[in-house]
Design a protein around this ligand. Structure first.
Ligand code: GDP
Ligand code: MN
Length: 387
């Protein structure tokens, strides 16, 4: 689960990490800021979306007068900001963070992440802050410095010292750097993060270490421990269909293809998508309706699938293990009638009472093609998708 920059910074602050003074706005510029702008005080205006690369796409601007501030607000608020990270759709800007402008001496890159390969936590730093770390990794890998920390341990004085030297932190700033790093690490562990990226982490003209930007991802499996954070998730940042599926208790991920998939079980859903691709088609989504899919769930799932205008055919692949196939077939038929589906539906049922189930589908007189096997179903669906 991702947090917005302003939410991430609030967490940093609660761990004694320095951030610029700021205010979050969602409609008008408050009078206090207007007053300063009239005197040409500079602020940084930052559109809040779950993606980086905003600086290069007009989502972060240095502003020192009321006219520019008002232009920025009216251009950004309510619009979709596209950056290289969230193409092709972009994400809506509903909030803007207005911060004091900090005079930067140096921009560093700092992140903490989990490395599955070494089963440890990595602290990754670079002298090349402010730019995309992927670029630095490609161009000049030896400007990226890493320290590995085993699970249950903390960065040692030696490790902190190593990073500090490589980042060319001055002796006067060392203690502050050490405090920053230890607090960031503590936050990473205590809030069960999977990623914390501070880019740039800056050294200011007056030798302070300040987090100018921050991206935090929490481990979804640990969210039950952090209710307040979990509830602060901004659903406007994900695909509308995915948000609705989540509310309906469905596991849905939107994709780019034309074949809508309704499957029970994540493994079966993946196998179905593989077979569609193997047969020359492209799935429009991943959808796991779960083990005990009811007629209502199936109906809701159809609605979500069909709200994707690219979908030209729906492939239903359900294994009736816990549920009986005749009940599932009833559910499919009533869902189709309920939703009023006009595109072809290919259904592959397997499991208990499969023959009765197929009969129900055949007798429904709806635009349903009943398939005998999964590969048969995939082939049929691909044919329809190209018709
Ligand atoms: P991103 O492009 O989405 O990663 O957004 P950032 O928050 O990293 O902002 C982009 C760039 O704006 C930073 O790398 C800084 O160079 C610049 N910037 C942001 N805040 C300040 C500030 O307070 N002072 C100055 N001088 N520059 C800033
Ligand atoms: Mn950044």
């Amino acid at each position: 689960m991702n947090l917005h920059e302003y939410q991430s910074k609030k967490l940093l602050k609660s761990y004694q990490i320095d951030i610029p003074n700021g205010q979050i706005i969602s409609s008008q510029i408050p009078d206090s800021i207007k007053l300063h702008l009239k005197k040409n005080t500079a602020f940084v205006f930052k559109s809040q979306i779950h993606a980086g690369g905003r600086g290069k796409s007009g989502g972060v601007e240095l502003i020192n007068n009321l006219k520019d501030a008002e232009d920025f607000i009216s251009n950004q608020l309510g619009s979709k900001l596209k950056t290289y990270q969230n193409l092709p759709h972009g994400q809506p800007v509903n909030k803007i963070l207005v911060e004091e402008k900090i005079a930067i001496e140096r921009e560093l890159y700092f992140s903490i992440l989990i490395d599955r390969q070494t089963e440890s936590i990595i602290i990754l730093c670079s002298t090349e802050g402010g730019t995309e770390i992927e670029d630095t990794a490609k161009k000049n890998e030896n400007l990226i410095f890493k320290e590995y920390i085993s699970v249950g341990e903390f960065p040692t004085e030696q490790q902190i010292n190593n990073l500090s030297k490589k980042l060319k932190i001055s002796i006067e700033t060392y203690l502050e750097f050490k405090n920053f790093l230890q607090n960031a690490f503590k936050l990473f562990l205590e809030k069960d993060l999977s990623l914390m990226e501070v880019n740039p982490l800056i050294i200011s003209k007056n030798n302070k270490i300040v987090a100018l930007d921050c991206k935090i991802s929490l481990d979804d499996n640990a969210l039950f421990k952090h209710e307040t954070l979990r509830d602060s998730f901004d659903w406007s940042q994900v695909d509308e269909k995915e948000a609705e599926a989540h509310r309906a208790g469905l596991n849905y991920i939107a994709l780019e293809g034309t074949i809508g998939c309704m499957v029970n079980g994540a493994g079966l859903a993946m196998a179905t998508m593989d077979l569609i691709k193997h047969s020359g088609g492209l799935p429009a989504n991943f959808l796991d309706v779960g083990g005990g899919a009811s007629a209502e769930t199936v109906s809701k799932a159809f609605k979500i699938l069909l709200s994707d205008k690219n979908v030209r055919v729906v492939l239903v692949n359900i294994f009736g293990g816990i549920m009986r196939c005749d009940l599932i077939a009833d559910g499919i038929v009533s869902a189709i009638k309920d939703v009023g589906i006009k595109i072809p539906i290919v259904v592959r049922l397997e499991g208990t009472n499969v023959e009765i189930g197929k009969k129900i589908l055949d007798q429904s007189k709806l635009n349903i093609t009943s398939a005998d096997s999964l590969s048969d179903a995939a082939k049929q669906a691909v044919l329809f998708s190209k018709a």
